[in-house]
Design a protein around this ligand. Structure first.
Ligand code: CMP
Length: 139
């Protein structure tokens, strides 16, 4: 995958609260192009595999339950410097620390239910993208 791509999930809390449209609008207004997208739901097992890197963390089980409790939007996004610019756009993991105007500041309620995910490196963007999308679903 080219290094100008990142991967995102609009999480169950943001979907439940009706924020899909506003979040996608903020993402595209910031200059990201959608290269793949779907509305889907993780099983518990999917969430365990997706977040395997966090399996020793105390919040892991709660994270798995949360991420599998309802539908999510997953997407691959393209822009120069995608990983870093997208993490700036979404803001800090804890919305209390997120900058004004960021997606988490606007739409997240807590560190555990924080509205949106963005890959933290080019390598993880490629791994996370291929977890959700086949080559035929990516443009
Ligand atoms: P995300 O960027 O998707 O990556 C891992 C997720 O774990 C994170 O967003 C939060 O949803 C969750 N998370 C990270 N730190 C904590 C924490 N201290 N307590 C609860 N959940 C957390």
């Amino acid at each position: 995958m080219p290094t100008n791509r990142t991967f995102t999930m609009i999480k169950p809390d943001a979907v439940e609260n009706g924020h899909i449209g506003a979040i996608l609008n903020q993402i595209t207004e910031a200059g990201f192009k959608i290269k793949a997208m779907k509305f889907t739901q993780l099983s518990r097992r999917d969430a365990e595999l997706f977040y395997a890197i966090h399996k020793e963390r105390p919040f892991f089980q709660d994270l798995v339950v949360f991420m599998s409790r309802g539908p999510i939007v997953v997407a691959i996004l393209e822009k120069d410097n995608a990983v870093e610019d997208f993490r700036k756009l979404i803001g800090a993991t804890n919305p209390e620390n997120a900058a004004e105007g960021t997606i988490r500041k606007r739409f997240a309620k807590s560190i555990s239910e924080n509205a949106i995910h963005g890959s933290d490196s080019d390598e993880n963007a490629a791994i996370e993208s291929s977890f959700h999308f086949s080559g035929r679903e990516t443009f």
